[in-house]
Design a protein around this ligand. Structure first.
Ligand SMILES: O=C(O)CCC(=O)C(=O)O
Length: 276
């Protein structure tokens, strides 16, 4: 048996102190070998099946008739509620432990998962910060961005604004042509380094909810298949929504939670830490 074959979705992935510090300073980190070819082969087909089933209507709309947002990707949330295979993938302790150690919390809960498939000829993803959408009381949230294949620059991997989670830029603007322009200008003016790199198969990146990021278009003839899992501190309280997107996300992802209380809705199970 090879070393790679022994890696499961629950095998710990040891992080160094240097990696944790880098994540906290840069606002993101890309890690090699988080998933093996065997794991990708085992889970990607089901993620793709569920995504194409749920997004069939949008996939049928010609690109030229779509908004900037819907040109960027087919987006399907909470796959974990749609099949046991997707649930096993999204509930990976290996990923959830990395999220916990990067955040420095005692554990993490599921905020939600979502597939983000950038189709062939799919457009760019405008600059934005995810937490604009999330009614969270602190900044202890992190997204695992999990490409299901190697993702060269031509497919539109993520591009991060290095250290941008520490600046107060673009926090009130949703994903749109305006966010692309406004944040792009602010990133350039404040000297934030834009880092865009290809992903090898099995690499996974993690970024804070306040880290500014975008992605280029997919100019290849293959879909850019990506799954994501969004984690929050297991002690995260619900904040009063600051905009309509946050109200919508409250209703969608944590319906029974109350402002000021820990988000312990059945949709937000602890994935790593006490009680997991
Ligand atoms: O996959 C993309 O193009 C954008 C993803 C993103 O914004 C995110 O996962 O936070």
């Amino acid at each position: 048996m090879t070393v790679a074959a022994e890696v499961s979705l629950d095998t710990p992935y040891p992080l160094t102190d240097e990696q944790k510090t880098r994540f906290r300073e840069d606002g993101y980190i890309k890690l090699k070998g988080v998933l093996t070819p065997e794991l990708l082969e085992a889970y990607a087909p089901e993620i793709t099946r569920l995504t194409m089933e749920a997004a069939a209507e949008m996939a049928g709309v010609p690109m030229e008739e779509r908004s900037t947002y819907s040109k960027a990707f087919l987006q399907v949330g909470n796959l974990w509620e749609r099949s046991d295979v997707a649930r096993t993938f999204s509930f990976s302790k290996r990923l959830a432990r990395i999220a916990t150690e990067l955040l420095g919390t005692r554990g993490v809960r599921m905020w939600h998962d979502q597939a983000l498939y950038k189709e062939p000829a799919g457009g760019f993803t405008p600059w934005h910060a995810d937490q604009q959408y999330w009614p969270m009381a602190t900044s202890l949230s992190v997204t695992a961005w999990i490409p299901l294949q190697a993702t060269p620059i031509e497919m539109g991997p993520l591009c991060f604004g290095k250290g941008s989670h520490l600046k107060n830029i673009g926090r009130d603007i949703e994903i749109s042509d305006e966010s692309e322009q406004m944040i792009r200008d602010a990133v350039k003016q404040s000297g934030i380094l834009e880092v865009q790199e290809p992903y090898e198969a099995g690499e996974v990146s993690f970024h804070y909810g306040w880290t500014l990021h975008r992605a280029g278009p997919n100019t290849t003839d293959q879909p850019r298949k990506v799954h994501t899992v969004i984690y929050m501190d297991m002690d995260m309280a619900l904040a009063e929504p600051r905009n309509a997107n946050q109200q919508n996300d409250w209703d969608t992802w944590t319906p029974s939670s109350k402002v000021g209380e820990v988000m312990a809705d059945p949709r937000n199970p602890v994935l790593y830490g006490p009680g997991a």
